[in-house]
Design a protein around this ligand. Structure first.
Ligand code: ADP
Ligand code: MG
Length: 330
């Protein structure tokens, strides 16, 4: 049974960066305003996230790593209108089957924090009850030795630098999208912050510091909504005269970082009409759809999102973006 669980868990958590994405979403769901991440060896040795959210009750610590344990669904009907990131109750469980997890957490109602260690979905050790310890309100989750029990997977992830790059990309994008929250990322043992977004840094500050002043200077705002399609969106896009070194396309749908190739290609084609040669715009779009119209049931490994009325929505966004590009060029 544990082998089957491990294989299933390895499907959910494919590499450090997508494990981290789930952990960041949990921290945001817990209403954190400050999220600090420390990694060692591209997250393969250590992936640690500290937040100042509402914490986990001591009594829930025994079960948080069990499969389908989620505090985010009250009834089955809720499945169709999930507005928070998580709903599957699978992230912590999966991580606990392919790494060593330690959770230190404190809620508002207690004077001390509690620490618990996990193995294969359950509290680990001979005397597994959570131990009281010092700690601030919020949660620290450490994921150590990812894929220690999946030697082939571990071997395939040969490049910690590449894994770190992917982690930094995820943190950067969540920090641009959640510009009222503070984010930081550093390598363990280092004092240098690889990502540093204090809460005072605006979205444009963040884009400038990650992607450069040349891009930030060229940004145009887009914002639109359509009651027929029940969508709203906003974002920033570079002026079509500008071309960066490569395309950056950042898309959040209902606050979740996703891929949508149809939308990406539609917008690329728009830019191509302004400058026929290859242009490489920077695009950040945040789209709100009715939760029941978005397929939240996508498997974590399928990054490509599905939603109802996709064709109509894509062409609507295309037109709204084109209007902005046109205005900027007259
Ligand atoms: P889901 O997010 O789908 O509910 P997870 O496996 O990601 O499932 O998390 C399980 C549960 O653990 C969450 O529902 C939440 O109650 C709790 N939890 C996880 N991370 C945190 C955190 N950083 N702060 C507070 N609670 C958390
Ligand atoms: Mg979650």
């Amino acid at each position: 049974e544990s082998v089957i669980n491990r294989i299933a868990a390895g499907e959910v958590v494919q590499r450090p960066a997508n494990g981290l994405k789930e952990l960041i979403e949990n921290s945001i769901d817990a209403k954190s305003t400050n999220i600090q991440i420390i990694v060692n060896a591209g997250g393969l040795k250590l992936l640690q996230i500290q937040d100042n959210g509402h914490g986990i009750n001591r009594d829930d610590l025994a079960i948080v790593c069990e499969r389908f344990t989620t505090s985010k669904l009250a009834t089955f009907e809720d499945l169709s209108k999930i507005s928070t990131y998580g709903f599957r109750g699978e992230a912590l469980s999966s991580l606990s089957h392919v790494s060593y997890i330690t959770i230190t957490t404190r809620t508002m109602d207690t004077q001390c924090a509690y620490r618990a260690k996990y193995r294969d979905g359950k509290l680990a050790g001979d005397n597994p009850s959570p131990k009281p310890c010092a700690g601030n309100i919020g949660t620290i989750i450490s994921v150590e030795d990812l894929f220690y029990n999946m030697p082939l997977r571990r071997k395939a992830l040969t490049n910690p630098t590449e894994e770190f790059h992917r982690i930094s990309d995820v943190v950067t994008k969540y920090s641009i999208h959640n510009d009222s929250l503070a984010f930081s990322l550093k390598k363990s043992g280092s004092t240098t912050l690889e990502v540093n977004s204090p809460s005072s840094a605006t979205q444009r500050d963040r884009i400038r510091s990650f992607y450069g002043a040349a891009i930030e200077r060229e940004l145009l705002d887009v914002e639109d909504s359509c009651s027929d399609l029940e969508i709203k969106f906003n974002g920033v896009i570079t002026n079509p005269n500008f071309s960066g070194k490569k395309l950056t396309f950042i898309l959040f749908i209902n606050n979740r970082l996703v891929d949508c190739n149809t939308l990406k290609h539609a917008i690329e084609n728009l830019y191509a009409q302004y400058i026929p040669k290859h242009t490489h715009p920077f695009i950040y779009l945040s789209l709100s759809l009715l939760p029941q119209n978005v397929d939240v049931n996508i498997h974590p490994t399928k990054h490509e999102v599905r939603f109802l009325h996709e064709e109509a929505i894509v062409s609507y966004i295309e037109r709204a973006v084109d209007k902005v590009l046109l205005t900027a060029n007259t």
